[in-house]
Design a protein around this ligand. Structure first.
Ligand SMILES: [Zn+2]
Length: 395
């Protein structure tokens, strides 16, 4: 299956330097980006589908690194069916589980948390709600998990863990278990800030984070209760190996403070934009675009940086093959444009003034999933899809 995307206007590669495409056309084949060049070089007859984006903006699909998937396309927390498919209409093409903590009656013993992570991981190996990739199976860290346990589940495909919901005596008590998980190829996210719901854990402080050393500070801007400004500063300056995840369901003032600190200390590459949904804050299909728009319009990040923090930065921290418009990367792409009625003229300008862009097309795994988002306004530049007649196909 080969798709050619032509007449691309602006673009965001997803790389840290903020580069755009070296051309205005992309070809995908077999689920990956196979060619980048100029529209004039594209032979329409050589592709099953031609997507003419008429000058709209193309970005890598957004990767939400804080989603509480359970099983199927259903969230027990908000009793919502089909939420993941709906997120695709907001430009999210991959999500990363922040643990299956919402599974009703979830186990808390060692055998149980291992089994839950393995089962969740397996259930999304081939199941793609709305076409999105779900990286599921984040083991909920509990006392008693050993190197052998992490080796065992890693051998079975589990590569994610979540600290913050286990029966540890103190936040610092996570340190040896987190170290064991990391030693065995598992990326660990640590809850940060105050507890999420009534009855949940006490505050995870910056002291705990700096002692435990997770790979990712989950919702470092609060989930939804934030750290102090002094703690924010210490996490940025002293936790250089810890990614800084800024979520929509957190504290916006704190998120903006982190962005200011990251730019001040040349730590932008550690910033990840995510949603932390579904949670008490709800199911938010436009959560990624909203967080980018709020960060860009109210804080120091540009819209381009907001997109990089939602794509390439996430790919780098989690070692994913998605998140960048490069040959050989996953063919997960989103076409965005200024929405009809906006005073902005293109997608990035719209985000910079706080408008949510219109999603004109979403491609995942080299397959067109939608050309009309049911969740965003209409893009100013219409996307046109054509299928060259079979007799004109050049083999
Ligand atoms: Zn969460």
């Amino acid at each position: 299956m080969s798709i050619a995307i032509i007449n691309i206007g602006d673009s965001v590669l997803g790389t840290r330097n903020g580069a755009s495409l070296g051309g205005d056309a992309i070809v995908t084949d077999g689920g990956v980006i196979s060619w980048i060049g100029d529209t004039s070089q594209v032979n329409p007859g050589a592709h099953e589908e031609i997507i003419d984006v008429a000058g709209a903006t193309v970005i890598p699909g957004l990767i939400d690194s804080h989603v509480h998937s359970t099983f199927g396309d259903y969230t027990p927390r908000q009793n919502t069916i089909g939420f993941l498919e709906s997120y695709v209409h907001g430009g999210t093409t991959s999500v990363i589980s922040a643990s299956e903590v919402h599974v009703p009656g979830r186990p808390t013993d060692v055998a149980g948390v291992k089994a839950l992570a393995v089962a969740a991981n397996r259930c999304y190996q081939t199941y793609r709600p709305g076409g999105m990739r779900v990286h599921a199976g984040s083991i909920i860290l509990e006392p008693g998990l050993t190197d052998a346990d992490f080796r065992d589940i890693n051998d079975q495909g589990v590569w994610l863990a979540k600290a913050g919901f286990g029966a540890f005596q103190s936040p610092e008590g996570y340190a040896p278990v987190v170290a064991a998980a990391k030693r065995n190829g598992i990326k660990v996210m640590f809850h940060t800030g105050g507890g999420s719901i009534a009855g949940s854990l006490s505050k995870i402080t910056v002291d705990a984070l700096l002692e435990v050393r997770p790979n990712i500070s989950g919702h470092c801007n609060g989930g939804p209760t934030a750290l102090s400004r002094d703690e924010n500063r210490r996490l940025v300056t002293d936790g250089l190996d810890i990614a800084l995840q800024l979520v929509h369901a957190g504290n916006l003032r704190s998120a903006i403070h982190y962005a200011e600190l990251a730019l001040e200390h040349d730590q932008f590459h550690r910033i990840l934009i995510a949603t932390d949904t579904p949670t008490g804050t709800g199911v938010i299909p436009l959560g990624m675009l909203r967080q980018i728009a709020e960060m860009a319009s109210l804080g120091p990040l540009t819209a381009r940086q907001g997109i990089i923090a939602s794509t390439g930065n996430v790919a780098d921290v989690y070692d994913l093959n998605a998140g960048k418009l490069e040959i050989g990367r996953d063919a997960d792409l989103v076409v965005l444009d200024a929405p009809v009625g906006s005073s902005a003229d293109d997608a990035l300008s719209a985000l910079d003034i706080g408008d949510i862009p219109g999603v004109g097309c979403v491609i995942t795994d080299g397959v067109v999933r939608l050309t009309k988002s049911r969740n965003t306004p209409t893009p100013k530049r219409p996307v046109t899809v054509t299928h060259p007649a079979p007799e004109t196909v050049i083999v």
